[in-house]
Design a protein around this ligand. Sequence first.
Ligand SMILES: Nc1ccn([C@@H]2O[C@H](COP(=O)(O)OP(=O)(O)OP(=O)(O)O)[C@@H](O)[C@H]2O)c(=O)n1
Ligand SMILES: C[C@](O)(CO)[C@H](O)COP(=O)(O)O
Length: 253
Amino acid sequence: MLKQVQHDRNTRYMLNLTSKISHLKSNTYAIIVAGGSGSRMQSALPKQFIELCGEPVMMHTIRVFHQSKTSPQIILALNPGYHDLWKELCHKYNFKIPHTVVAGGQTRFHSVKNAVDSITEDNALIAVHDAVRPLTPLSVIDESYEQAAKNGSAVAAVKSRDSVRQLNGELTSCLDRENIYLVQTPQTFQSALLKKAYEQGYVESFTDDASVVERSGVKIHLIEGSHSNIKITFPEDMAIAEAVLNKKAISNS
Ligand SMILES: Nc1ccn([C@@H]2O[C@H](COP(=O)(O)OP(=O)(O)OP(=O)(O)O)[C@@H](O)[C@H]2O)c(=O)n1
Ligand SMILES: C[C@](O)(CO)[C@H](O)COP(=O)(O)O
């Protein structure tokens, strides 16, 4: 029964998608940023290389973008010191999804910038995504391209499920959580906007692409993300990601 419901949902989704995406005229790109060192993970290898359910985290991430109906060209930003390891891993895991590799930079901003600079098209849609978010639903990715085509930007976000308090000196005050969104990736933009935004100099408050684009004077549009779209940051996140992927494999079998 559960399987039938899932199947019906998938079919409905595919049908909706075919009609929705058929009018997307722009070429699409996916920048997967994998230039970080994963200091909070405290592992010998950066977390994007750690094996999760049979293959490195970032192979899952690239695969989900590859499955998008929009067929994005995939650009991976990776620290040059890891390019050879990545080649070896692609060979070892027989990973054949086409992608190009550019150098990762000092910060996430610099990694994204290197990838953005490698794209020459002004009339494309570019999704920027963390390599360490391997659980992003395909529907969120496709919706992000669709909405960015309409509105210029589409940034995945979810409402807080917890109550939220703000620290003011020694006191705390309750915030209205209806107005609080937790921001995820993908963060998708029309290429001309993203390229212009990444011409700005780096400032420390640039923690994501929305903050860079907003600073260039462009309004940010949010889209519904997913609570399962976690960023692998701490060791316990691997166990959560594994459980979600295993559950998905069972419901698809
Ligand atoms: N110089 C950097 C820093 C981060 N990232 C990427 O940005 C994403 C989100 O960053 P985060 O989770 O903070 O990764 P790390 O910087 O690797 O982790 P930490 O902050 O714990 O060191 C990751 O996919 C990471 O590889 C990047 O491409 N280049
Ligand atoms: C881009 C991001 O994943 C959106 O939530 C986040 O800002 C990355 O932050 P981090 O401090 O580099 O983990």
